[in-house]
Design a protein around this ligand. Sequence first.
Ligand code: TGC
Ligand code: FAD
Length: 389
Amino acid sequence: MYQPPDYFQLDDLLTDEHKIIRSAIRDWVSREVKPIIEQYAQKHEPLPLSIMRGLGEMGALGPFIPEQYGGAGLDYISYGLIMTELERGDSSVRSSASVQSSLVMYPIYEFGSEEQKNKFLPKLATGEMIGAFGLTEPNHGSDPGSMRTHFEDKGDHYLLNGSKMWITNAPVCDLAVVWAKDETGIVHGLIVERGMEGFTTPETLDKWSLRASATGELVFDNVKVPKENLLPGVKGLKGPLMCLNSARYGIAWGALGAAMDCYDTALQYTLERKQFGKSIASFQLQQKKLAEILTEITKGQLLVWRLGVLKNEGKATPAQISMAKRNNVDTALKIARESRQMLGAMGITGDFPIMRHMMNLESVITYEGTHDIHLLITGNDITGIAAFE
Ligand code: TGC
Ligand code: FAD
């Protein structure tokens, strides 16, 4: 049975329930994702919708949402372990689970009315409905506070205009949680449903990253949104930013899955590949790489473990989450680049997962706040001076 790197015996800190969940997701990824992912990524085709249903059956959609609303009612360490196992398969699978759980179910649960929760959460939890999260716009990425998408109060409905870009699962979504400004410039969340007149979701093509994930736009051309679709529990930019805290937390755990898959692949390959009459794992430079990679994975594991404990206790700060997202994604990307070199020419082929992880991680280091924006968030936390503007 596969054993992931656990150099500091972190498994001793997990409960039996944690281990059962991790092993169930790991088996599911080996069975359902690994055999097909390379083909979908090579063809630049979104994974079949059956993957979302499978995620739902495994309890991986909204794992921290209470069972009353169809969630699994699990803690945040479980959520993190699930994200690691999904991203060991492919970042696109973790992305789908992140968006559905943290960016769609979380805001509906946290800011939604009882009617909205009952109407949408159970179907999102099973994967019967697919959600998207619209914050980024063509001209407003790192600075979402300057968004232009807006709505007017027309008495019995809101009239929504504008567009969102780079939206995961936009082309296949049944609903989108969209962040838009009211007439006074205050940001609110609206649930926009497929079929509403004037709402379209063109696909973004020709990506070299996350090729098995559907990415697209959300376009609103005089869309009449019923008043009951406004999320009543939050206003201001802190609404979407609170969702990002949850998603960034999951990504900090998830990126380690991609890093571990690269490490395991490189270790196996270097033990088997012979040059100059011996296995290349016997050369000091290869061992240096393996030793450094394992050290960085271990540091990342310790970081998210402690973050998970703080999150379970309700004490994890947005700045701590930001640091963990930045560090672990950057670490994973460096590990992917280093591991790829260890395979020589074979590293660029689809026979091994490394190049796919590497290209995916170029998106992961950009979305949910770029690497540099997260540096500035930490800088702000240290100095009390915001250097964004
Ligand atoms: P600023 O003035 O600092 O803050 C505005 C209000 O928000 C509050 N706040 C937060 N609240 C909760 N959590 C956080 N992390 C928060 N950060 C700020 C803040 O206290 C304030 O509240 P109030 O009550 O005083 O109004 O905002 P700013 O406009 O200066 O921007 C700050 C900045 C740059 C850090 C922020 O805008 C940012 O994080 N930018 C990055 C944008 C980003 O991450 N976009 C992600 C889009 S979604 C996505 O990528 C999904 S990928 C999905 C996948 O496939 O996995
Ligand atoms: P920009 O903001 O234009 O930044 C360009 C460069 O300038 C970056 O290097 C950045 O770090 C730097 N920069 C910007 N401001 C500063 C500053 N103040 N100081 C120093 N440097 C700065 N968004 C969603 O809302 N929902 C989604 O589901 C979603 N999914 C995505 C899926 C994919 C595959 C990708 C690639 C993106 C997705 N995004 C999504 C968008 C993502 O969040 C944005 O791409 C990201 O926030 C960066 O915005 P931008 O691309 O406009 O870059």
